[in-house]
Design a binder for this molecule. Structure first.
Ligand code: DGJ
Length: 727
């Protein structure tokens, strides 16, 4: 899959679906040539043209006026020595200079994919992966840059990461170090990205890329509600079903940045990695800095195909453990049912009702520990709130299990409340600058997870808890962002390392915890979907998508999330009306249809429902259970976008194309409205499908489609259609 043409110094990575081409240019400069649809053999004819561009310097050591690093398509660009565009790295040397010029040193092509130490990573059978490791050197600084490119034989994606190794006897200070960079030749391009806020996560935004620089980032110490670490570069004509597009997905849960620059010659550079904001890493002699992985995917059949590449790749090569590819349980969560105001009696009643309706997992959310009766106290005290559950937490959990439900618990281990036993005994364990009051958020501070002693203490508390209470599921929450980033254990010169050391500490903690408790299903959460990223998915196979449980708001949130994350990762609950976030009232049916489009759960007081509502929920659950494999692991296709109008539709297709489920949602009704038609996708044109519309050929369903029932009346309505191939 990976070849090196020794004569022309060309690397060609290809797997029948994609090609990625680089060339070692004069002076050892590594140039980018191409990323896109597979080309069988590359002739060498697409070499960057030689042209004298005024005010674009020639490479150090070269007198060739026709070659400039300022215009060449670069593979991992630096600046300060002739390229004036954005750089993939910035290194400050002991003499105060910032010039680091990496040139080709050697390379290795290997079977499999070398492991990354301490970071989330994609994985697979060595026989199905090939990796190119390129080594570049700056001889003056004695610095080595390693670029890794892994190609999986079943995927239209390249996994990239980078490493910096210091061979000098002096330290260097890394002020920026991206995971990847890529240059696109002059062509009109759009940028698509997922921005948002709390309760409004992952909203699809699309804009043309103009000359200049755009920066998409999170400085929050988490991947954030604000900007997901995912972007797409697309041809302006690309839509869901046609056109070229390139995805960039960073496996990192901390602050990140994506820099998009269109240069004066209309070439576009895309750089992605850890955020350089307040970042500075001292790299000592012999030390290595490893940047997180980026999965770069390609599609020439539109955005749905790009999402399909990510969904299948992440389901197969990112998610790990006992729950990989395993159907996830339908849960009841008591948060919106009771908030902090619960006792054993209330929980018992909720659990009994849940069981009667067919729910499989009972989750006890916030409020069971320390002295927690509101959000102002007790984070850090991961022992039982004595007396709140009369028979005790362990007994209660056993009772839940005796009822035939699994038992789950909420924790927020990275945080400490000012009012907590932990904070009183260890005020120095929070992130704070000495002699300064740190910012509080939700009345809490962030624990310094870069410290081993802090992590050990929290780990021990969780261990005691997990060993005492029969736990099947953990919801791992994080309800504020990082500020006052400073660790008392590090030198002043190392304070720029704290945010990343925190992430490494957290990943180390999660690795240990999830390995020690492999039977526990972990669900990530950060005030809803504030840390919904592939880094977290490496440790936890599912994530609470948003605190916003309103069915209408969820259409956009889930549609946006689906651009890169598979349905098997998206926690999605039916909640009460009026909705607690938007105060909107919607029918139980649309709430059910939206929630069953992800990992179905319920988060409302089931005991307050009418008999008819209970019957409807029972039916929803049994429907979901019948189609769970399809809904969690089927091929997901977006049909109508909530960002473009009043109608939303998506569908799931079985891997063997033997059945499909189609969901249609309408926000507002209209008099004399045009009829809505849906052309289905992904079916077998040779098969005939049994449905509410009769027995219809797959070709007909895809070419002609179906009319949505014109008698569907009112606002906030939905329909589900099942298509089953006849024998
Ligand atoms: C934020 C989460 O997203 C909610 O689901 C809930 O667990 C609360 N935290 C509890 O404090």
């Amino acid at each position: 899959m990976i070849t090196f043409d020794q004569t022309n110094k060309i690397f060609h990575l290809s797997n029948g679906q994609i090609s990625y081409v680089m060339q070692i240019e004069e002076g050892g400069n590594l140039a980018h040539i191409y990323f896109g649809k597979h080309v069988e053999t590359y002739s060498g004819g697409y070499r960057y043209p030689r042209l004298d561009r005024s005010f674009s310097p020639n490479p150090p050591g070269s007198t060739d006026r026709f070659l400039s690093l300022d215009t060449l398509m670069m593979e991992f660009p630096g600046n300060g020595f002739g390229d004036f565009r954005e750089a993939a790295y910035d290194i400050r040397h002991e003499d105060g200079s910032h010039v680091t010029h990496f040139v080709y040193h050697d390379h290795q092509i290997m079977q499999g994919k070398p492991a990354l130490t301490g970071l989330p990573q994609t994985h697979g059978e060595a026989a199905a992966i090939e990796t190119l490791c390129l080594s570049l050197m700056d001889e003056t600084a004695q610095l080595e840059l390693k670029l890794f490119y892994s190609l999986f034989d079943d995927t239209a994606a390249i996994v990239r990461s980078s490493q910096l190794i210091n061979h000098h006897e002096q330290n260097v200070r890394i002020e920026q170090f991206a995971s990847q960079s890529i240059d696109f030749p002059n062509r009109p391009l759009d940028l698509i990205h997922l921005q948002g806020a709390w309760a409004r996560e992952r909203q699809i935004t699309r804009e043309p890329i103009h000359i200049g620089t755009k920066r998409l980032d999170s400085k929050r110490g988490s991947s954030s509600h604000q900007q997901n670490p995912f972007s797409i570069i697309a041809d302006p004509q690309t839509n869901e079903s046609q056109g070229e597009c390139y995805g960039f997905s960073l496996l990192y849960s901390g602050s990140h940045e994506t820099i998009i620059e269109r240069d004066p010659y209309a070439q576009t550079r895309v750089i992605m990695g850890i955020n350089s904001y307040h970042f500075a890493w001292q790299l000592g002699t012999g030390e290595t800095f490893q940047a997180p992985e980026v999965v770069m995917a390609y599609s020439d059949q539109g955005l749905n195909q790009l999402s399909h590449v990510y969904h299948t790749f992440y389901d197969a090569h990112l998610i790990r453990g006992a729950f990989k590819s395993r159907e996830r349980p339908v849960l009841i969560n008591n948060w919106e049912a009771t908030y902090f105001d619960f006792n054993e009696e209330k929980l018992d009643a909720l659990a009994d009702e849940a069981k009667a309706l067919g729910i499989e997992l009972f989750v006890l959310d916030d409020g069971w520990f320390g002295k927690r009766e509101n959000d102002g106290t007790s984070l850090g005290d991961w022992f039982e709130n004595e007396g709140k559950i009369a028979s005790g937490l362990a007994n209660f959990a056993k009772k839940i299990k005796e009822k035939g439900l699994q038992f789950g618990l909420w924790v927020e281990p990275e945080m400490v409340s000012g009012d907590s036993a932990l904070f009183r005994s260890h005020p120095e364990w929070r992130l704070a600058v000495p002699n300064r009051q740190p910012a509080v958020s939700r009345s809490q501070y962030v624990l310094d997870f870069s410290r081993q002693d802090v992590r050990d203490h929290i780990y021990h508390q969780l261990q005691v808890l997990f060993d005492r209470v029969p736990i099947d599921y953990i919801k791992w929450d994080m309800n504020r962002n990082m500020s006052d980033v400073y660790s008392l254990l590090l030198d002043p010169a190392q304070q720029g390392e704290v945010a990343h050391r925190y992430m490494l500490g957290l990943y180390d903690f999660l690795e240990k915890l999830t390995t020690a408790y492999p039977h526990i299903l972990f669900e990530g959460c950060s005030g809803g979907g504030g840390r919904f990223d592939p880094g977290f998915l490496y440790y936890m196979p599912q994530i609470w998508t948003s605190d916003n449980t309103d069915a209408i708001a969820r259409l956009k949130i889930q549609y946006g999330t689906s651009l890169v994350y598979p349905p098997s990762t998206m926690g999605s609950h039916v909640s009460a009306i009026p909705n607690h976030q938007t105060h909107r009232k919607t029918d139980l049916s649309i709430r059910g249809h939206v929630a069953m489009s992800g990992l179905l759960g319920y988060e409302l007081d089931l005991t307050q429902l009418t008999t008819a509502e209970k019957a409807a929920i029972k039916e929803q659950i049994s429907l979901y259970q019948r189609h769970r494999q399809l809904l969690q692991f089927g091929t997901f296709v977006r049909l109508l976008s909530p960002f473009e109008g009043n109608d939303t539709a998506w569908m799931y297709i079985a891997k063997d194309r033997s059945e499909a489920l189609v969901f249609y949602f309408r926000v507002l009704t209209e008099a004399s409205a045009p009829l809505v038609t849906l052309k289905l996708q992904g079916l077998d044109p040779q098969k005939r499908y049994d449905s509410a519309y009769g027995v219809i050929g797959g070709d007909e369903l895809m070419q002609m489609g179906i009319y949505i029932d014109p008698h569907l009346a009112g606002d906030y309505v939905s329909q589900m259609y099942h298509f089953k191939a006849s024998e």
